[in-house]
Design a protein around this ligand. Structure first.
Ligand code: UD1
Length: 419
């Protein structure tokens, strides 16, 4: 298992190219099951979650080749209807293959995804959606076994809770359904818009993307496509928080200001200067004062839960008191204990973290507990006095492409060791 050793106290200065988005790329790859023609995705971040999904798609019959950042996917025929526990357990998003299997073939057996470190993550809304679509299912030995009429009937559905995954799932089920479907209280995250736009380019008829109401007219078939995976807003946000913590100046290349507007407004309040140009953003932190800000996570365009752990590190070294409320996942505070080991003063009260800024942190041995928590510990290691060793770094490799190289190119001192 790999660990990272960070010698802290260095400012970040330089340019960072932002990679393709993991959360956009996974549903786009799954959408390749919806056409029997070829799909090519450019700008693929070859992360371990992407590799897991490649294995799942191959097991279902997709022919896959990876050449120079391009992933070529071709499912002439779905030859297997079962996505096995061994693969689905590694990554929750793989559960979404259920939608194209049902839309294309009318039958699927997909392992239930289970809980994870950040919360129980139920699938009740997905199941409600299947029921409303008149798709019969049962749960046998940890698998959902579902059978749909062909084609599936279009329907009106309201999400009782905004869910990115349920919105992706609905888009994929409804675009090949019979008739018109409407989704109310739909998620508005950029990744939902990006999946919808991909499906539209493949021949789907989806309107209202990016709003709470999505309307989909079912079509009979989808075509192949060549598409670029958009850049990763969570990766860009993580670097912006990192430089706000260490001080220095970085230019984020190939990223979109609007997708991280809420974060950038908050970073300005903490004392960073942000300047945007067409396709890049400059973040500069010149003084030593980090001002505290209260933050609440919420669905897009609110503050993303996927940046909550990282901003907590920044608040841990602020010059005052702040509160972070986590509204999306009930247990997304696993990083708190590790930050406390580095000298942070954070108290938890149910879904709130009360943070008294200590202005500095000390290097320590810490453990990454989940994907975004590992990024928060890296930021902590970059600002800490002395050496920080972060173990279980495989969590980081699920979702951040070349993170330590990109930081080292800007003056950080991070070494990876294999034990
Ligand atoms: C996606 C992202 C993840 C991000 C999250 C919220 C990917 C691969 N993952 O996860 O990085 O943190 O959105 O922005 O894109 N819920 C239910 N019942 C359900 C489904 C969801 O109660 O059937 C709840 C969840 O437990 C959570 C909330 O809805 O409290 C939002 O979760 P959701 O948006 O579905 O997250 P994911 O799509 O799994």
């Amino acid at each position: 298992m790999d660990s990272l050793i960070i010698n802290g106290g260095k400012k970040l200065i330089g340019n960072i190219p932002i990679s393709g988005s993991k959360n956009a790329c996974l549903p786009m790859m799954i959408a390749s099951l919806m056409t029997d023609e070829k799909m090519t995705l450019n700008n693929i971040p070859m992360l371990s979650d992407v590799k897991t999904l490649i294995s799942i798609l191959k097991s279902l019959g997709t022919n896959i080749e990876y050449k120079k950042d391009n992933l070529h996917l071709h499912t002439k025929e779905i030859i297997n209807h079962k996505a096995s526990y061994d693969l689905v357990k590694k990554m929750r998003a793989s559960f979404w293959v259920l939608a194209p299997l049902l839309a294309k073939k009318g039958y699927a057996e997909v392992s239930l995804p289970g809980g994870c470190a950040i919360g129980t993550r139920p699938i009740d809304i997905y199941l409600e959606m299947l029921k409303e679509m008149n798709i019969k299912y049962s749960i046998n030995n940890g698998y959902i076994v579902a059978k749909a009429e062909s084609p599936i009937r279009g329907l009106n559905f309201k999400l009782e809770k905004k869910s990115v995954g349920c919105t992706h799932f609905f888009l994929m089920l409804a675009c090949l359904a019979n008739g018109t479907s409407k989704l109310s209280n739909a998620a508005c995250e950029p990744e939902v818009v990006q999946l919808g736009m991909l499906l539209n380019k493949m021949g789907a008829k989806i309107r209202g993307l990016g709003s709470k109401k999505i309307i989909i007219e079912g079509v009979e078939k989808l075509n192949g496509i060549n598409e670029i995976v958009p850049s990763d807003r969570i990766e860009a946000g993580t670097f912006a928080i990192a430089v706000s913590a260490t001080g220095g100046r970085i230019k984020l290349e190939n990223t979109n200001y609007d997708e991280n507007k809420t974060l950038f407004k908050i970073l300005e309040k903490t004392g960073s200067k942000i300047n945007k140009s067409k396709n890049s953003i400059n973040i500069e932190k010149t003084n030593d004062e980090i001002y505290p800000v209260n933050i609440k996570t919420s669905p897009y365009p609110g503050f993303p839960t996927d940046l909550q752990a990282q901003i907590m590190t920044l608040m841990a070294i602020s010059n005052g008191q702040s509160e972070i409320k986590e509204n999306i996942f009930e247990n997304r505070f696993m990083h708190v204990q590790e930050l406390v080991r580095m000298g942070a003063n954070i108290k938890l009260d149910k879904d709130k973290a009360l943070i008294r800024g200590t202005r500095s942190l000390n290097g320590a041995n810490v453990m990454a507990t989940d994907l975004r928590a590992s990024a928060s510990l890296i930021i902590a290691g970059l600002v800490a006095i002395g050496k920080t060793t972060i173990s279980r770094i495989y969590h980081l490799d699920r979702g951040f492409y070349n993170l330590e190289c990109k930081l080292n190119n800007c003056g950080a001192s991070i070494k990876r060791i294999s034990e």
